[in-house]
Write a protein that binds this ligand. Structure first.
Ligand code: ATP
Length: 248
């Protein structure tokens, strides 16, 4: 595998409960420093693909039955989810998980503790997150449960950033959020990508937004990667939305 490839999925098949076939051949690769969007309609297999990448399927009675997923040269199934985080593969799960009773800042700090116990390093990383999401600095002493959906999503992403990812994986960051907040979040991700070279894999049903900010995209349908290409090219094709993405 050329070493500018950060993540490669090779013909991945996966099931739940040994019977439900969720992935039937998903392949794609993500180059260092790029944003790759994984597109597809409801139930297409995006979340299953992301869970497979972080080796989270066994926790849901799911398993990869064949194929390979390689992150920076290692097959992800040979590492636990926590080991993958320490190796730099960090995922923001669907549903903007935060500890609702903790303050925004406590949530963020909790994301850094697995990596470093040095107060100075954690403080530096916090400042970087606040530069990325200034709204979080304003709300840093507020309980996360009292912040808006957009701020909770930013907190979830910020917490992931605190573990200094080499690859940031996001599952439907736009879900349930207003267009302006979605734009704000994607712009921040794009800035991190452009300024720090952070590699990003983002699963989205909102193909319009994803194709605007991604470099490349892969479309999944019924658990199969049916189409891949440059986001700028896919944006021009109306048939993609109509046929694969349930829009049109
Ligand atoms: P969504 O945007 O709705 O999450 P998706 O593209 O992420 O859609 P998946 O959640 O990966 O799709 O679902 C792929 C298939 O696997 C679907 O048929 C779904 O019903 C099934 N599935 C997902 N999670 C489980 C589970 N924990 N147990 C059994 N089947 C599941």
């Amino acid at each position: 595998m050329p070493n500018d490839i950060v993540l490669e999925a090779q013909s991945v098949f996966a099931t739940y409960n040994q019977t439900i076939k969720a992935l039937n051949g998903v392949s794609f690769s993500l180059r260092r420093g790029e944003i790759l969007a994984l597109l597809g309609s409801n139930g297409a297999g995006k979340s299953t693909t992301l869970k497979a990448i972080s080796n989270l399927l066994p926790a849901e009675r799911g398993q990869v039955t064949s194929g390979q997923i390689i992150f920076e040269g290692r097959e992800v199934r040979s590492s636990s989810p926590a080991e993958l985080v320490r190796a730099g593969l960090v995922q923001v799960l669907e549903g903007r998980h935060c500890f609702k009773s903790l303050s925004v800042e406590e949530n963020l700090v909790s994301g850094g503790l697995g990596r470093s116990s040095l107060r100075r390093e954690i403080a530096e990383d916090l400042e970087k997150v606040y530069l990325t999401f200034p709204r979080l600095k304003e709300k840093r002493h507020t309980s996360s449960g009292l912040t808006s959906g957009g701020e909770q999503q930013m907190t979830a992403i910020g917490r992931a950033l605190m573990s200094r990812p080499r690859l940031l994986v996001l599952d439907e960051p736009s879900m349930g959020l207003a267009p302006l907040i979605i734009k704000d979040i994607f712009r921040s991700l794009k800035r991190l990508n452009a300024e720090e070279g952070l590699s990003i894999l983002v699963a989205e049903q909102n193909s319009t937004v994803a194709l605007k900010y991604a470099d490349h995209a892969t479309v999944i349908e019924n658990g199969v990667a049916v189409l891949s290409g440059r986001a700028a090219d896919l944006r021009q094709r109306d048939d993609i939305k109509a046929f694969y993405l349930g829009e049109g």
